[in-house]
Design a protein around this ligand. Structure first.
Ligand code: GLN
Length: 411
C-alpha cells in the first residue's frame, strides 16, 4: 500500500514529460548509445548456448563470481573468495534491498542513515525492509554564489559532527555513495577515514554504493572497505549496468566478508531467488574480455569527453553548474530562469514544489530534460535542492550537440 501512496516515480514522470515535447532526454541515467560490440556479442553467445537458460545458483554463476572476484581483488587490494564473499543480484538496486532486508529487523525502529541528496530508491528500500531512514545532508561549503559560479562537487561536504549527531542507539546502517549520484562527489580518503571512524565508534554496517567506481575524472576513487578495520563492516555494491553500459541487463553484485554476504544472499534468495542466467554469463564473458582490451580505461576517457562537452555547453550559455569529479551527472543551476507567474503546471508537478516546476518548465521550454534533485531529499531538506537540475551525460555526442543548439535560448 505504501507504493500506491507514493505515486509516479520521478524517472517515469520526467521520461513522459520529455517524450511529450520531444525533448533531448538528459534525465534518467541510461546510455543513449549502444554497448560496444564485444559486450553485445558476449550476451548473444550466452543466449546461443543451449544450457544457460535455467536457474542460476542464487549466489550467481561461477564464471561471473570468478570475474567479480578478480576485479574486486584488485579494487579492494585483498583476495576476494568467489565462493563466500560475493553475491550476484538483479541489479545493484536489488543488492541494496537485499542488504537492508538482511540487516534491519522490522518492528524495532531500527535506523539507516542516508546522506542527502540520496538516490531515490534508498528510502523506499529501507522502509520495505522495515527500517527507518534518517537523513544527513551534504552542505555546500563555498564562498562563491552557486547561482552564478561554477563550483566543484568537492565543495559539497559532509559535516562529521552532523553525521554523528544523527546516530542513535537504534542506528544499524550507514549508506555511503561514492562516486556520488547526483552531485558527482568522490569522497576523499580523509573524508572516508572520518566516516569510517564514526561507523566503527557506533558499530554500524556500511553499505557502500560504488556503482560508479570506474568513472572518475582526476579524483581517486577510494573504497571505504579498504580502510583499516572497515572490510569487516562493509558491503560494497557494484553494477554491471554501470560498468559495461548495459543498465537493462539488471546484473549487479555485493562484495564483503562471509558474515555480511551470507545474510544478504539469503534475503536475495527470498526476493528474486536468482538473477537471470544468460546475462550473468554475458557479463562474465564481457568482463573477461575487458581485462584484455583495456575497455574500462577507454570508457572512462569517453565519459570524461562527454562531461567536458556538456560543461562547455553550459559555459557557453552561462548556466552555472557543479563540476563533477565522478559518475555521469551534472547539477546545473537554473536559478536565473524565470517562470511566468501564470504558467500552468499539471497537478503532479504543482504539488511537488519549486524544484520540480523548474525541471518541468526547463523540459517544456528549452526541450532539454533533467531530473529535479528535490526527489533525492527528505521533506525537511528539500530546499537544499535549490534551483539545481540534474543532467546525465551518458548520452551521444549528437544528443549533447542538440542540447547546445536548444540552450542557445538561454543566452
Ligand atoms: N541510476 C540511474 C539514475 O540515477 C537510473 C535510476 C532509475 O531509473 N531507477 O538516473
Amino acid at each position: 500500500a505504501m507504493y500506491a501512496a507514493t505515486g509516479l516515480d520521478v524517472w517515469t514522470m520526467m521520461n513522459q514529460a520529455a517524450a511529450s515535447v520531444g525533448a533531448v532526454n538528459l534525465g534518467q541515467g541510461y546510455m543513449s548509445f549502444p554497448p560496444k560490440d564485444f559486450i553485445k556479442r558476449a550476451a548473444q553467445e550466452a543466449l546461443a548456448d543451449g544450457v544457460q537458460h535455467q536457474y542460476a545458483p542464487p549466489r550467481g554463476r561461477p564464471r561471473l563470481l570468478d570475474e567479480v572476484a578478480a576485479r574486486f581483488s584488485g579494487l579492494l587490494g585483498r583476495p576476494i573468495d568467489p565462493a563466500s564473499e560475493i553475491s550476484v543480484h538483479a541489479g545493484a538496486n536489488e543488492a541494496l534491498l537485499s542488504a537492508f532486508c538482511a540487516f534491519l529487523e522490522p518492528g524495532k525502529g531500527q535506523e539507516a542513515v542516508l546522506i542527502e541528496p540520496a538516490f531515490d530508491q534508498y528510502t523506499p528500500n529501507v522502509a520495505m525492509a522495515g527500517g527507518t531512514p534518517v537523513y544527513v545532508p551534504l552542505r555546500v561549503r563555498t564562498s562563491k554564489d552557486p547561482a552564478r559560479e561554477v563550483i566543484s562537487s568537492d565543495d559539497w561536504k559532509l559535516d562529521p559532527a552532523e553525521l554523528e549527531a544523527a546516530i542513535t542507539s537504534k542506528t544499524r546502517i550507514l549508506v555511503l555513495n561514492t562516486p556520488h549520484n547526483p552531485v558527482g562527489k568522490v569522497f576523499t580518503r580523509a573524508e572516508l577515514e572520518e566516516i569510517g571512524a564514526i561507523a566503527t565508534r557506533h558499530n554500524l554496517l556500511v553499505i557502500a554504493d560504488e556503482v560508479y567506481e570506474h568513472l572518475t575524472y582526476g579524483a581517486e576513487h577510494v573504497s571505504i572497505a579498504t580502510l583499516p578495520g572497515m572490510w569487516e563492516r562493509t558491503i560494497t555494491v557494484g553494477s554491471a549496468g554501470k560498468l559495461l553500459g548495459v543498465t537493462g541487463w539488471r546484473v549487479g553484485w555485493a562484495v564483503g566478508p562471509r558474515e555480511l554476504i551470507q545474510p544478504t544472499l539469503a534475503a536475495h534468495t527470498r526476493i528474486v531467488f536468482t538473477a537471470n542466467t544468460p546475462l550473468q554469463e554475458g557479463v562474465a564473458s564481457a568482463l573477461s574480455a575487458a581485462r584484455d582490451n583495456g575497455f574500462v580505461a577507454v570508457q572512462r576517457a569517453e565519459y570524461q569527453a562527454r562531461r567536458n562537452r556538456l560543461m562547455a555547453i553550459f559555459d557557453d550559455v552561462g548556466l552555472p553548474y557543479v563540476a563533477p569529479d565522478g559518475a555521469y551527472y551534472i547539477l546545473a543551476n537554473a536559478g536565473a530562469v524565470r517562470i511566468p507567474d501564470d504558467y500552468e503546471f499539471p497537478p503532479f508537478i504543482e504539488e511537488r514544489g519549486r524544484n520540480f516546476k523548474l525541471a518541468y518548465y526547463f523540459t517544456k521550454e528549452f526541450g532539454v530534460s533533467g531530473i529535479p534533485p528535490a526527489e533525492f531529499y527528505s521533506p525537511a531538506h528539500k530546499d537544499i535542492a535549490g534551483d539545481y537540475i540534474r543532467f546525465a551525460f551518458c548520452k551521444t555526442d549528437e544528443g549533447l550537440d542538440e542540447c547546445a543548439q536548444r540552450l542557445q535560448k538561454l543566452k
